[in-house]
Ligand binder design. Sequence first.
Ligand code: SF4
Ligand code: SF4
Length: 478
Amino acid sequence: MSAEPVPAAAADATTAPARRYSFHVEEPCEGDRVAKFLEAFAAVLEYTDYKALLDSYCTTSAKCNRCAVTCPVFQVTNDPRDIPCYRTNILLEVYKRYFTIGGWVSSRFKSHFELTDEVIDEFAEVLYRCTACRRCTQECPMGVDHGLMTRLGRYVLSLIGVVPKALQVSVREQLEGETHNTSKVPQKAMLHTLDFLSEEMEDILGVKMDFPVDEPDRDFAFFCAVSDYLMEPDTLMGNAAVLYAAGDWDRWTIGTDNFDGINYGLFYSDWHLENIIKRLLGEVDRLNAGKILIGECGHASRSAHQFVPVFGDRERYPVLNFMEYTYDCLLKGKIELDPSIITERVTYHDPCNIARSGWIVEQPREILRAFVPNFVDMSHAGRRNYCCGGGGGLVSVDEIHDFRMEIGGRVKAEQMRETGAEIVVAPCANCKKQLKELVEHYKLPCKVMGLHDLILKAIVIPGGKSPAERKQEAELYA
Ligand code: SF4
Ligand code: SF4
């Protein structure tokens, strides 16, 4: 195994509880689950491109266990069932035994792997202990993508109804519910929220800006995680402040038919992933917008960035994460950030979906360096980051909170503590939720914010109050 230095929590792994967990399932599968699992697997193999990948992985895995040392879950539990290739091998064993000639022939002559109810239960549990962060993939000399194998395994399980209820309900609400968003926010309530935020921004910034809604033919159709409207409004107001300060207020719009950028299909079902992408494209078409602008959300950005070109058209629907837009504004001198406002020590958490599995590493750091004099990186920053512990959709599954705190997020908590930062910037709705819970659980002396929450404090607004004046007011009312 390689000797990658790991944060103290992982080195102290033997003290951590290696408890198992289960999650609530919405529609438990009845009858012969083994037959149904194999039927579902056969259908996935027939209608997708996974077969070639499985054939390749069956012949390449070196069983070297290098992947184990990089996995934040295994680092904490030391449980062999948390070794990345352990769970991938379950899938490969099923594939070899039931879908290759060699596996079928050898099963006739000697005792061989058999799929049972117990194997399915074990498989479901280990797959939902993985945050799909893909850290292990960087280490594998053979290039085995365990995050992708986790997704494939979850996809097959979802076809026999084995999927955490929280994920299933959210997706159903987004695709089939009346509100078309994962938090079931009615459109009317969303519009009221925008009115309220307009007033709030006028109070804070000193200028009136009404959020553009259902405006046709704009350059940007904007989609953030729906939680930004309710629980993280500073992030949304920060986004709006940049558009206003850059002189781009007339270039964007929010759509009322589909305003939630979340796509939990990315974590458990390619079929839902595709349908949610198509819904999003339908809204872009309805608005006749030029580009898709995604707010601060890692998986929303990655799912749109990677899969709009697959299910739509790269040229017709360019996808942009908001940090790219802000960075571009900064480079072009369209916005000004006051470097005297944020005096605290600040660090940055890389969301796995946009750093390791994406394309955004330096842009947010360049923005932070432009106005945060006391910025410090975490150990293992950028593409070698550690997951927050709530990735792969786990953050939305409340009944595994203890797992997320004690196991999945333990290394991350230690990383945050090591920096001595007072503010941890996490530009992702899911990461923010998980990290805030970690701060509370481990009593860390820091707070978690979005990048645009900080920008909201430091941005210079033409014709508005100065950042210094706003800071003074905020301190007065604190
Ligand atoms: S994807 Fe992340 S959590 Fe899953 S096995 Fe690999 S390193 Fe561990
Ligand atoms: S999956 Fe890759 S890193 Fe893990 S044991 Fe196999 S070859 Fe080694």
